[in-house]
Ligand binder design. Structure first.
Ligand code: SIN
Ligand code: FE2
Length: 198
């Protein structure tokens, strides 16, 4: 795993934010619900790129090419995140999915593994914008000891190699730590490969 603080400077953060706003204008944030229980997650979600990660009560966790509410294809991936992947992922194939999670002040994400992909050779690259998130990351079992990182606006965090399947989550958001987003809160983008390269 690797934390790259301030991989995006302020101008880069503003550029990415404008790209995210454009994605959301076409592919609105939706409320993801948990498999079986149907309980809503606390984040709001959308995607960019050929595939997007979605979840709902009936069909569970999956990747699909279309928005679950509008039925439209996901918008193209922001150039800023493609550039970050190129610079930091150390992987020869481009990402296929860019999941965009929005955390309001009270949102969090429980410890989980990213394992709905066919291909674990590629890393997962995450980009944070807005208020600081307290990121918890451990090992390959739920019981492995964990450490905490403060993910600030512009930071990139990479889970690859041995750590590709490390458990991770967001304990909480530190409200008021950034003025990048007028509405407050935090965006996190995760870039993944989903399929094995042909
Ligand atoms: C995730 O695991 O999907 C999100 C991680 C984060 O918000 O930093
Ligand atoms: Fe994750």
């Amino acid at each position: 795993m690797r934390h790259s603080p301030q991989a995006l400077n302020e101008a880069g953060q503003r550029a990415l934010l404008a790209e995210i706003r454009a994605v959301i204008a076409k592919a609105p944030l939706f409320v993801p619900t948990m498999p079986r229980s149907g309980n809503p997650m606390s984040v709001r979600m959308t995607n960019a790129g050929p595939l997007g990660w979605v979840t709902d009560k009936t069909h569970g966790y999956r990747y699909q090419a279309t928005h679950p509410v509008t039925g439209e294809l996901w918008p193209p991936m922001p150039q800023t995140v493609l550039d970050l992947w190129e610079a930091l992922a150390g992987h020869p194939h481009p990402p296929e999915a860019c999941l965009i999670n929005y955390y309001g002040g009270a949102a969090k994400m429980g410890l989980h593994q990213d394992k709905d992909e066919e291909d674990f050779d590629a890393p997962v690259l995450s980009v944070s914008l807005g208020d600081t998130g307290i990121f918890r990351v451990g090992g390959k079992t739920r019981k492995s000891p964990t450490e905490k990182y403060e993910l600030k606006s512009g930071d990139v965090f990479l889970l690859g190699g041995e750590d590709r399947l490390a458990y991770h989550g967001i304990d909480r958001i530190l409200a008021g730590t950034s003025d990048l987003l007028e509405e407050g809160g935090r965006f996190n983008l995760t870039l993944r490969r989903v399929t094995k390269p042909g």
